[in-house]
Write a protein that binds this ligand. Structure first.
Ligand code: UDP
Ligand code: MG
Length: 315
C-alpha cells in the first residue's frame, strides 16, 4: 500500500514547518511509501517560500502552488488530481488535526473505503464555530442519510477509487462522504484529537453557515433527482394541472348551465394559475431529463459503478 497525504494551506507561515516535522515523524514509522502533497492556496504571506524550502529538504514532499486563493475545496481537488497513493489522507495545515491519528485511519481503511475523523472534543470557539457545526452536522446527517458525527473534520482517509471518481465544486469537501455514498462506499468514523489553533487565523466565520445550507440543498437535489428529474417534478405538475382543470371545468359548467358571471371570481385565477404551474413543472422535468442525458453522455459518466467483474472478461 502507498500513501498520499494532501494538505491545503493558506497563510499558515507559522505552522507549516512544525506540520512537516510532526507529519514526517509519524509517516516514517508506517513502513509504507508515502508522499506529502502540500497545496498552497494562493497564500499572501511567506507560506509558499517555506513550503519550497521544505520540499528541497524532503523528497517525499510535493508542493502545488495555486495561482490565487481558490478555497479549501479546490485545493483538495488539486491535491487529489496529483495524488498517486492507494490511500489518500487529508488534513488541515494549521496543526489543529494531529498527524499521530493517521495510523488509526490507515488501520481502518483496510476494511473501509472512507474513514472520517470525529473531533469529539473540539477546541474551537463555541458561538462562532461549534454551535453552527452542531446544527450543520444534525442537518447534513438527516438530509443526506449518511450518518456521521462530524462532517467538517478534514482528517479523513480515502481509498484511491473513491476520490478519483469525485468532482468537487463550491465548498463541497465536507459533503464528500455524502457524494461518495452514491458509489456505495463503506464508511467508518474514528475519534481524533483536536487542538486549538495556536498560530494564524481561522479563515472561516459564521457566514459559512449559509453556504453550507445551500451546498446541502444542491447535494440533496443531485443525490435524489439527478437521474430522474421528471419523476421529481412530474407528479407535482400533474397534480397541480389536474386541480386547475377541475376548477376551470366547474367554472365553465357554472357559466354555461347556470349563466353565472365568472369573470371576477378568484377561483378563475387560481385555476388558471394551477394549470400554468403544472405545465411549467412538467416542462422543467422534461428539460431536466435532457440535461441528465447531456451530463452523463458528454462525460461518459455511467449511471452505475462496478466494483468487480468475475468471469472470462475479468483479466
Ligand atoms: N484553507 C485553504 N484555503 C482557504 C481557506 C482555508 O487552503 O481558502 C486551509 C487552511 O490553511 C487550513 C484548512 O484549510 O489548513 C482549514 O482552514 P481553517 O483552519 O481556517 O478552518 P477551521 O479549522 O477554522 O474550520
Ligand atoms: Mg483550523
Amino acid at each position: 500500500m502507498t500513501l498520499s497525504v494532501v494538505i491545503p494551506v493558506y497563510n499558515e507561515e507559522e505552522n507549516v514547518q512544525m506540520l512537516h516535522e510532526q507529519l514526517k515523524r509519524v509517516l516514517d514509522t508506517l513502513n509504507t511509501e508515502y508522499e506529502i502533497i502540500l497545496v498552497d492556496d494562493g497564500s499572501s504571506d511567506r507560506t509558499l517560500s517555506l513550503l519550497e524550502e521544505i520540499q528541497r529538504q524532503d523528497n517525499n514532499v510535493m508542493v502545488l502552488s495555486l495561482r490565487r486563493n481558490f478555497g479549501q475545496t479546490a485545493a483538495f481537488a488539486a491535491g487529489f488530481d496529483f495524488a498517486q497513493g492507494d490511500v489518500v489522507v487529508t488534513m488541515d495545515g494549521d496543526l489543529q488535526n494531529d498527524p499521530s491519528d493517521i495510523p488509526k485511519l490507515i488501520e481502518l481503511i483496510k476494511d473501509n473505503d472512507l474513514v472520517s475523523g470525529w473531533r469529539k472534543k473540539r477546541k474551537d470557539p463555541f458561538l462562532s464555530r461549534r454551535l453552527p457545526s452542531i446544527l450543520a452536522n444534525w442537518l447534513i446527517s438527516n438530509v443526506t442519510g449518511v450518518k456521521l458525527h462530524d462532517y467538517g473534520c478534514s482528517l479523513k482517509a480515502y481509498r484511491r477509487e473513491v476520490i478519483k471518481n469525485l468532482k468537487l465544486y463550491g465548498e463541497m469537501h465536507r459533503f464528500i462522504p455524502a457524494v461518495a455514498s452514491w458509489y456505495g462506499v463503506r464508511i467508518a468514523e474514528v475519534e481524533t484529537t483536536h487542538h486549538p489553533r495556536l498560530h494564524g487565523k481561522s479563515k472561516y466565520g459564521i457566514s459559512r453557515t449559509v453556504k453550507v445550507v445551500l451546498d446541502l440543498i444542491t447535494v440533496k437535489f443531485l443525490q435524489s433527482v439527478s437521474t430522474k428529474p421528471i419523476q421529481f417534478f412530474g407528479p407535482v405538475g400533474v397534480l397541480s394541472g389536474f386541480l386547475g382543470f377541475l376548477i376551470l371545468f366547474y367554472l365553465t359548467f357554472d357559466k354555461l348551465f347556470f349563466g353565472h358571471d365568472i369573470g371576477g371570481r378568484p377561483l378563475l385565477l387560481l385555476g388558471a394559475l394551477l394549470i400554468i404551474v403544472g405545465i411549467q413543472l412538467i416542462g422543467m422535468g422534461l428539460l431536466g431529463e435532457m440535461l441528465v442525458r447531456v451530463y452523463h453522455e458528454s462525460q461518459r459518466k455511467p449511471i452505475y459503478v462496478i466494483k468487480k467483474i468475475l468471469g472470462p472478461e475479468s483479466k
